[in-house]
Unconditional design. Structure first.
Length: 682
């Protein structure tokens, strides 16, 4: 199993004692290293399968790891006994096994975002914030771990009390309640510490504080714990999800005597692409440092093209031209990666007009579609009749004549809404509708195959009939999605409770069920959604100041994460990378005149090919991994000078950033403009 590994990978696999950080750059084979390392540990009899804990961030990554593990030795020793899954699925497994000690009933529900919003709406009457705002706020608190729970406001406490009343936990609770369980029950913590002889973590740079606290608890008091974390500080782009880059940067301080192994041989991209990315990311100070290099077979390849175009319309047209020149059979080789979803519109319009098939990744996800959420709510109510949130979602789908007053009457029973519906004193028409609704759930679903039970429930409840008779133009698509759920998704599970649990644990990165490689269309997605993917040709439009980096990052001093995002974007390309910027772009109906992104200026010109604009000056800030040297600004400062711009008119320079000038224009306000596009007046 070691013969196909390079020297760096083999060292990471065979280093099995003590804490280890594997800095794995883009395309360097981190999944191969993780799975081979587990197989090596087991085949060397260093641990039994159930003594290995492998943590990932997506179900897709966990499933890929399990499949590779099974293939490494024909599954003879594996048999599903390795604890491999996401942080949330592993913690849920621990919670289910210790529910009573965690203060929960064993059949507790997992509430998703829509359920959380419903709970919050029931608790607030008037607020300047939306229920979604509160969901984000409460999730952020829980992601910070146990210490963040002190002195929280009344609504936060009321929200958690209502979850407890409904026998539910939200996504953040899954890890938080395990931390609380370990904190209050040292015997349970000790049991899991003794069980897990080896801990492996994928995408370690994405850990939030609660996840890091979980790892620290499992290794607390253990000399030289066998914890191996694989990640890339240069690809830490999820701070808005609570990820803390400090965890990977401080790994050797958290775990004494930790070893660090760098995987720097990239098996994806050509040398020019990698060298351009390397020259950009070196401008970040908060990094451990590494340089990607191409494999022996990759070659130098084409330079990274940089296009400066007059308008965003020209940009869309040029990109469409480039795609069509390659023919119509290989659209899936192209990807358009954008900084924000709002930038896709103009490309969608151009592609549609030119007959270029495209797929918008990360639009409405499969599990986020209304009909899928409805179907799952029906199934949750079938399996868990106490689930009032699901009852409220489906009681009017189809309409049954139960308004707010009728629901209040059901609540007066003091029990669940389902039990209230059975015993409530209702009018003749309402009683008939109630009995019809209840009868839909009155069958022995547990003895049936999950797909058959789901089909029967949705037919008996009239939900499939509702869409079959609907005049909604999307009705046929919704029916197709329901069929996909029943025949392709639910059929993979042995029981309905198993399916419902996995559906609740779906992450944003798991939602897209289609295979990109098998779809002949151009992929359009945000750079965040592209992480982990790769394409032959990658277009990177709108690399302009105020867009990328965006205004918020500039104002909040978060440029380093934006630069990491740019690095991720470039390293998605196998053979060709095209960066573009427009001198004029329409944003939300207004014409914007932004200068080219500073990230273009920061890349080494030796690996770039400028088209439509003169090459920018490249002055590396530093070339080693030591503390960066200060950048010497150009001596001839423009501050206070009167200048003119062909599009923006006359103005005065208020800040000189070298290649980028901040100018107060007479009629256009304050803008950042590349020095090369302005002329001195007088």
């Amino acid at each position: 199993m070691l013969e196909n590994l390079n020297n760096e990978q083999r060292l990471a696999v065979e280093t099995t004692t003590g804490p280890l950080l594997v800095l794995s750059g883009a395309g360097t084979g981190k999944t191969r290293v993780l799975t081979t390392r587990i197989a090596y540990i087991l085949n060397c009899n260093l641990a039994l399968p159930w003594q290995v804990l492998a943590l990932t961030f997506t179900n897709k990554a966990a499933n890929e790891m399990k499949n590779r593990l099974a293939s490494l030795s024909d599954g003879a020793w594996y048999s599903g006994d390795v604890w491999c899954g996401t942080f949330h699925s592993i913690c849920l497994r621990i919670l289910r096994a210790n529910a009573a000690r965690a203060g929960l009933r064993s059949d507790f529900l997992i509430f998703g975002e829509e359920d959380q919003k419903s709970v919050i709406k029931s608790l607030i009457s008037q607020s300047t914030k939306t229920a979604g705002d509160y969901v984000e706020e409460f999730s952020a608190i829980k992601d910070k771990g146990l210490s963040a729970l002190k002195n929280k406001d009344k609504l936060f406490c009321a929200y958690n009390a209502e979850l407890a009343r409904l026998n539910a936990v939200d996504f953040g609770d899954i890890i938080l309640k395990v931390l609380d369980l370990f904190d209050k029950n040292p015997d349970i913590l000790s049991r899991y510490q003794n069980q897990f002889k080896y801990i492996l973590v994928d995408e370690f740079q994405d850990t939030n504080n609660a996840q890091m606290e979980f790892l620290c608890m499992l290794t607390r008091g253990i000399d030289a714990p066998n914890i191996c974390c694989v990640g890339d500080d240069d690809q830490s782009i999820y701070s808005w999800r609570g990820a803390e880059i400090k965890h990977i940067l401080n790994f050797d301080k958290t775990f004494n005597d930790a070893q660090i192994i760098r995987l720097e041989t990239n098996y994806r991209s050509t040398s020019n692409i990698l060298n351009a990315a390397n020259s950009l990311i070196r401008h970040n100070q908060g990094r451990l440092g590494k340089d990607l290099r191409a494999s022996d077979t990759a070659g130098a390849g084409e330079p990274v093209y940089v296009l400066t175009l007059p308008t965003d319309r020209d940009e869309a047209r040029i990109i469409a031209d480039a795609i069509l020149r390659e023919g119509t059979n290989d659209f899936n080789k192209f990807a358009l990666l954008i900084r924000a979803g709002s930038l896709s519109r103009i490309f969608e319009e151009e592609f549609a007009m030119r007959g270029i098939p495209y797929r918008l990744i990360g639009a409405t996800k499969f599990y986020d579609r209304m009909e899928i959420r409805d179907a799952i709510a029906y199934l949750r109510l079938l399996v868990y009749p106490f689930d009032d949130m699901s009852f409220m979602r489906v009681i009017a789908k189809p309409r049954r004549g139960f308004g707010d007053k009728a629901i209040e009457k059901l609540r007066e029973s003091g029990g669940t809404l389902m039990s209230g519906l059975r015993g409530a004193n209702l009018s003749g028409r309402q009683r008939a509708a109630a009995d019809d609704f209840l009868s839909a759930f009155d069958f022995d679903w547990a003895s049936m195959a999950p797909r058959d039970a789901a089909q029967q429930l949705l037919e008996r409840a009239g939900y499939i009939k509702m869409w079959s008779e609907s005049k909604d133009p999307d009705a046929s698509d919704r029916l197709a999605n329901i069929k996909e759920l029943i025949t392709s998704v639910i059929s993979k599970y042995d029981t309905l409770p198993e399916f419902l649990e996995q559906a609740a644990l779906m992450t944003a990165d798991d939602n897209d069920s289609e295979n990109l490689a098998n779809t002949n269309c151009v992929s359009i997605m945000t750079i965040h959604a592209a992480k982990g993917l790769e394409f032959d040709t990658v277009f990177l439009p709108a690399w302009e100041e105020s867009i990328f980096p965006n205004d918020k990052a500039i104002s909040e001093g978060a440029i380093e994460e934006e630069r990491r995002l740019a690095y991720v974007a470039i390293t998605r390309a196998r053979a060709r990378c095209i960066i573009s910027n427009a001198m004029m772009r329409v944003v939300f109906g207004s014409r914007n005149y932004n200068s080219p992104s500073r990230f273009i200026t920061e890349m080494d010109n030796r690996y770039l090919d400028f088209q439509g604009g003169a090459p920018r000056t490249y002055a590396p800030k530093y070339t080693t991994y030591e503390k960066p040297k200060s950048v010497i600004k150009k001596s001839a400062s423009f501050v206070g000078k009167l200048v003119t711009h062909d599009e923006l008119g006359a103005g005065v320079v208020i800040e000189d950033g070298g290649d980028i000038l901040t100018i107060a224009f007479k009629t256009r306000g304050i803008k950042k403009v590349a020095r090369q596009f302005v002329k001195l007046l007088g």
